[in-house]
Design a protein around this ligand. Structure first.
Ligand SMILES: Nc1nc2c(c(=O)[nH]1)N[C@H]1C(S)=C(S)[C@@H](COP(=O)(O)O)O[C@H]1N2
Ligand SMILES: [Mo]
Length: 253
């Protein structure tokens, strides 16, 4: 993970490369905000490619600040069962009828990248591991949040069991519906990050990610992949479906 000096060095380089003298003065006064970016960069605001690339660099820089601030042992809030939302929303980049319809018997979870034991997993094998459950709030950037209960296998135990390289930077997920996303290793190892096999005490319903999803209460909704088919441990930045369209990669909640 990046240390403080590396981040400060990177910030200095970014500021020197991208900002005019006036911009640099404003930066020192106001801090690096997205709102001020048009004034800060030396580029013409009508040159959208340059603006996009500056914003992209700042978003990637913010990822590193967030990763550095992330405390791997600080827990997301948990709630009493009485607060569970009866009408938990469905969300995906398509409608509810189009959610993948996966056969649990033939399903195999594939493993790739920096992992010692890459044998695929059946659903039954996942159910044989020790199960926990938690009631947490799911927050979607589209403007809703809801409390739900998910049960399954702590992801850290799974990663250790398969001999994943725990010093690798990223864990990435490919889903049955062409969705993909990725998380930092500190979040993967967080005690509340779960391979979720149940929702509200029932087999995980199709619309919520059957046969399994990753439930990460320290991250926004789009960082919680449903219908996972492949898990890869890697040092190469994997991006994500929404992240590659400009959503912030770290996506903490
Ligand atoms: N495979 C897959 N996972 C996904 C998505 C998706 O479209 N496909 N959408 C994400 C978004 S933006 C949200 S808010 C949550 C919604 O999860 P839910 O349907 O369980 O509420 O799933 C996330 N994971
Ligand atoms: Mo979302």
């Amino acid at each position: 993970m990046s240390d403080k000096n590396e981040i400060i060095k990177e910030a200095t380089q970014l500021i020197n490369k991208q900002l005019t003298q006036e911009g640099r003065r404003r930066f020192l006064k106001q801090g690096l905000t997205l709102g001020g970016i048009a004034m800060l960069t030396g580029c013409d605001i009508s040159d959208s490619a340059t603006v996009e690339s500056s914003l992209g660099k700042i978003s990637r820089f913010n990822d590193r600040i967030q990763a550095w601030l992330f405390n791997g042992s600080q827990l997301a809030p948990v709630y009493p069962e009485s607060m569970i939302d009866a009408n938990f929303p469905f969300n995906a980049f398509y409608g509810e009828d189009e959610a993948p319809d996966i056969n649990g018997d033939s399903y195999r979870l594939e493993l790739a990248g920096l992992i010692t034991d890459k044998r695929p997993w059946t659903l039954a094998q996942l159910h044989q591991m020790a199960q926990v459950s938690q009631v947490t709030r799911h927050i979607c950037v589209e403007g809703w949040s809801a409390i739900g209960k998910w049960g399954g296998v702590p992801f850290a135990l799974f990663l250790k069991g398969i001999g994943a390289d725990l010093r690798a930077k990223y864990v990435s997920f490919k889903c049955a519906d062409d969705y993909y996303t990725s998380i930092d290793m500190a979040t993967a190892l967080h005690p509340q990050t779960l391979i979720a096999l149940t929702w509200d005490g029932k087999v995980l319903p199709r619309k919520y990610g059957y046969p399994m999803k990753l439930r990460i209460p320290t991250k926004l909704g789009y960082k919680n992949p449903k219908h996972i088919q492949v898990i890869e441990v890697t040092n190469r930045y994997p991006g994500g479906y929404w992240e590659d369209q400009g959503y912030n990669w770290f996506g903490g909640s």
